[in-house]
Design a protein around this ligand. Sequence first.
Ligand SMILES: [Zn+2]
Ligand SMILES: [Zn+2]
Length: 281
Amino acid sequence: MNPLPPTVQCHILDTGYCLAWEHHLIQGGQRRQVACHSVAALLCHPRHGWLLWDTGYAPRMLDVTQHFPFSLYRRATPLHLDPALSVVAQLDRWQLQPGDIQHIMISHFHADHIAGLRDFPEATFIASEAAYTHVAARRGLRALRRAFIPALLPDNFTSRATLLPPFRDQPLPALGAAHDLFGDGSLLLAALPGHAHGQIGLLAHTERGRILFAADGCWLRRSIYERRPPSHLTNLVVDDTRAVRTTINRLHDFAKACSDVIIVPSHCPDAFAQEVEAVHD
Ligand SMILES: [Zn+2]
Ligand SMILES: [Zn+2]
């Protein structure tokens, strides 16, 4: 029998939000605007130290979206950012310095997930090779069409990155083969294609129980429980609409098989209300 995986400490952080229409985020949603926060997770592994799941927004989002074509990004998703909410500014709460962060796992390369990468000059990066190669050479409008802003990537990104080939470790229920990051079962990456090419999620064994960080596998976690995908209006911004549906169906089956797991999509207001640790608590 395999030993129980070690548990990681886990803090889910708010990094700011944009406003979005609920009926775009989920079919049958109301015609009302909702705040879509971008969350990141600060994790501490007992042997491998501190790491991040995504970095969310950071104030440099405003600098890199000043000029055309990236100014269109800001127009499409008006940003509400606060320098105090960048992950690097929040590290103080745990008496950490940027250099204490050993690794950053990147769910996908959309700007609202990677804006803080440059704040951690000593961290190594972990991402899927498919996700990176899909955006790496894109510039200007071709990058913007994939919500990728090249200036957010550190210049030495490739020399610091471990780019993962298709996963081959022990499969997760309904989600297929995983990648066992440290080989001890504590942090398992899973493919969640559709929203972005090569997108990945993270199943973390935390002190609060198992948490599945579902990235943008869906925007609202209701999508998973009710098997309700986003509106067709969002087809323009996703990589593969059929895969979006397949991924939501797989997450639905996963949630049924693993009812103990807390599912945290990056922007879901319900998950945000229940799981995020406020800065001023
Ligand atoms: Zn995204
Ligand atoms: Zn996102």
